[in-house]
Design a protein around this ligand. Structure first.
Ligand SMILES: [Zn+2]
Ligand SMILES: [Zn+2]
Length: 339
């Protein structure tokens, strides 16, 4: 039995007649999280976690038709029980659990297994079929524990401050920016770009309290940001906004930094492997915890990762999707000036 199929519009549940994270417009879209490769415009109705609703309204359209669920809450659509469990990826990210006549499928969306201090912690869900991501599905990806990672970053900031430098972080605006804000709260003043500020406001409209920040623009005075922390999205790398900051030292925060280091980046002084995706051990432990009979692998290292799963006795197939064009992927290939 199977209750999901892979179509040219996205992952489909034929029994429930709805799609999960479709990349083309459909009647009924169930959304795992607010990143643009998973939540796209044009569908007639959206179902998402309650924390994702204001993100969709901000990024897609304020007048979308949206209904929401909380974690562990369920509704039934055409006989299929649909519920959401924390994916630990960003605020509001949910694994979608589908149950039909006792058969269970889980679509993970993007996930990470370590608690990041701000997104609800990942919960493994038992199922027959599991759709996993594999953005970092190679053994070389092995993240530092969150505490050690923030210790490294905090040391870097302290060194910058000794040299009267402003610490500038390049981090994706939805997810990584809020995680950095939380991890660096109280160390120095936090300045963020307007694109991050808009998302912060949307997130806070749902009752979540984020650390206090100030807006940084091209007009912000040097005296204000000197020795402080500035968080900017990847599109701002190499732009005038950074050049106008007092004595900036720039760090890129991305899982890709684990391999490429800062060498790839002429414009960066440091790189930190901060990722909102599971690393290799995280992917394997999450998949084993589902007990799934069949695992479908999407985004990233799909071929290598599904081959490895088959070798260790977990039946697996790679699936072509259109995911993986945001968050860490975007940091890998920065665009030119946005504003
Ligand atoms: Zn994502
Ligand atoms: Zn994704």
């Amino acid at each position: 039995m199977s209750i999901i199929s892979f179509t040219n519009k996205g992952i489909y549940c034929p029994q429930g007649k709805f799609y999960i994270d479709p990349w083309l417009p459909v009647d009924h879209a169930v959304i795992t999280h607010g990143h643009a490769d998973h939540a796209r415009f044009g569908s007639r109705h959206y179902l998402c976690h309650k924390f994702t609703e204001p993100i969709l309204r901000l990024r897609i359209d304020p007048n979308l038709s949206i209904s929401t669920l909380d974690y562990n809450e369920a509704i039934t659509i055409n006989g299929v029980k649909v519920s959401m469990f924390p994916a630990g990826h960003i605020i509001g990210s949910a694994q979608i659990r589908l149950e039909y006549e006792g058969f269970v499928a889980v679509i993970s969306g993007d996930y990470k297994t370590e608690y990041d201090g701000i997104s609800s912690a990942f919960e493994p869900v038992r199922c027959h079929e599991f759709v996993t991501e594999s953005t970092f599905g190679l053994p070389i990806y092995n993240w530092l524990p969150q505490k050690n990672m923030f210790d490294e970053i905090t040391n870097w900031i302290s060194n910058n401050q000794l040299q009267n430098k402003t610490s500038v972080f390049i981090a994706y605006s939805l997810g990584k920016a809020q995680r950095l804000m939380k991890g660096l709260e109280g160390i120095a003043k936090l300045f963020v770009h307007s694109s991050i500020n808009n998302l912060n406001k949307a997130i806070e409209s749902n009752g979540i309290i984020l650390p206090g920040t100030e807006l940084v623009t091209i007009e912000t005075s040097k005296a204000d940001t000197q020795n402080q922390i500035v968080i900017l999205p990847p599109a701002l790398l190499g732009t005038n906004l950074i050049k106008k900051l007092p004595n900036p030292s720039v760090a890129i925060c991305s899982g890709w930094m684990q391999v490429r280091g800062s060498r790839r980046w002429q414009a960066a002084d440091a790189g930190f492997a901060v990722s909102d995706h599971a690393d290799w051990p995280g992917l394997l432990s999450a998949i084993k915890a589902t007990g799934a009979e069949k695992v479908y692998v999407t985004h990233g290292s799909t071929a290598t990762f599904s081959k490895y799963l088959n070798e260790i006795g977990i039946e697996s197939a790679e699936v072509a999707t259109q995911y993986g064009k945001e968050d860490d992927e975007e940091v890998a290939e920065p665009k030119k000036e946005e504003d």
